[in-house]
Write a protein that binds this ligand. Structure first.
Ligand code: HPA
Length: 271
C-alpha cells in the first residue's frame, strides 16, 4: 500500500479514535462549517509527509477532527483539485485515508455553476449522478485491490438511500433542495458559454471542477457518498455577466447559514 496513505493514517488515527465513521469535504467558501465541530483536533496537510497541499484562495488545507451531534467526524477543510496539477490518483489519497480510519459515509460539498435554467444563484443541489468530463480518472494506474476492484460499478455512486434521507432532512430543516447531475470540467478556467450549452444538452444541471474524483474513489472503496452543490453563480453565458472566484466566495458566504442548516440536519439525522 501507498506509503503516503499509511503515514497519514498513522498520524491521524490517534486524533480520530475508533468510532470515526463520517467524512466531510468542504468546498470553496464553505470551509467555515468546520468551526461548528466540537473538541477540535487539527492536522495540516503540510504536516503529513508526501501529502498533497491545497493552494486555492479560500481553502485552508487541514483535517479537522471532532464531534458533531455526538458523532465523530473527520473533515477536510480545503481539498485538492485536478487543475492544481495533481494527478487524480492523488485526489483519491485522502478518501483512502478516511476509509482506513473507519469512515463509512462521506459528504462531499462544492461550489458549482448552475446549468439548469430553473435554478437560481444561491440554490443548493443534491447530486444525483455525475458526468466525468475532466479528461482523467482517479483510478488510472495499477489497481490497489485492498481498496476495491479494477472495474468498479458506478450505478450508485451517490447513494440512493442516503439521498432519500437528505431530501427528508432538507424538508425538516426548511431548506429548498434542487437535485441534478454534476458535470466536472478540469478548470481552471470557467467554462465557455458553448460548453455550458453542451453540458445542458448532455444532461447536466450543474458544472464544477471538483468532487467527481473523490466520489469515484469513495465508491471504489465502499464509502457511501452524498454530494451537495451550492450554486454560487449561473454558469457562463446564462446571465449577462462575467464569472469570478470572488463571486463564488461571496455567494458561498451569503448562503453559508442555509448550507450549515442542511449539513447539520444531514449529520444529525441521515449519517
Ligand atoms: N463553473 C465551474 N466551477 C464553478 C463554477 C462554474 O460556473 N462556479 C463555482 N465553481
Amino acid at each position: 500500500m501507498n506509503e503516503v496513505i499509511q503515514n497519514a493514517v498513522k498520524a491521524l488515527a490517534p486524533l480520530c479514535g475508533d468510532n470515526c465513521k463520517i467524512g466531510l469535504i468542504l468546498g470553496s467558501g464553505l470551509g467555515g462549517y468546520a468551526e461548528k465541530i466540537e473538541n477540535k483536533r487539527f492536522m495540516s496537510y503540510s504536516d503529513l509527509p508526501g501529502f498533497p497541499q491545497s493552494r486555492v484562495q479560500g481553502h485552508k488545507g487541514r483535517f479537522v477532527i471532532g464531534e458533531l451531534f455526538g458523532k465523530t467526524v473527520i473533515c477536510m477543510q480545503g481539498r485538492f483539485h485536478f487543475y492544481e496539477g495533481y494527478p487524480q490518483s492523488d485526489i483519491a489519497i485522502p478518501i483512502r485515508v478516511m476509509k482506513l480510519l473507519g469512515v463509512e459515509k462521506l459528504l462531499l460539498t462544492n461550489a458549482a455553476g448552475g446549468v439548469n435554467l430553473d435554478f437560481s444563484q444561491g440554490d443548493l443541489m443534491i447530486i444525483s449522478d455525475h458526468i466525468n468530463f475532466s479528461g482523467s480518472h482517479p483510478l488510472i494506474g495499477p489497481n490497489d485491490d485492498d481498496f476495491g476492484p479494477r472495474f468498479p460499478d458506478q450505478s450508485n455512486v451517490y447513494d440512493r438511500d442516503l439521498r432519500a434521507g437528505v431530501r427528508e432532512a432538507a424538508k425538516k430543516a426548511g431548506v429548498k433542495l434542487q437535485e441534478g447531475v454534476y458535470m466536472m470540467f478540469s478548470g481552471p478556467s470557467f467554462e465557455s458559454p458553448a460548453e455550458i450549452v453542451f453540458s445542458r444538452i448532455v444532461g447536466a444541471s450543474a458544472v464544477g471542477m471538483s468532487t467527481v474524483p473523490e466520489a469515484i474513489a469513495a465508491a471504489h472503496c465502499g464509502i457511501k457518498t452524498v454530494g451537495i452543490s451550492l450554486i454560487t453563480n449561473m454558469a457562463a453565458g446564462i446571465a449577462d455577466q462575467s464569472l469570478s472566484h470572488e463571486e463564488v466566495q461571496e455567494t458561498a458566504a451569503v448562503a453559508s447559514e442555509k448550507f450549515s442548516k442542511l449539513v447539520d440536519q444531514i449529520v444529525s439525522d441521515v449519517f
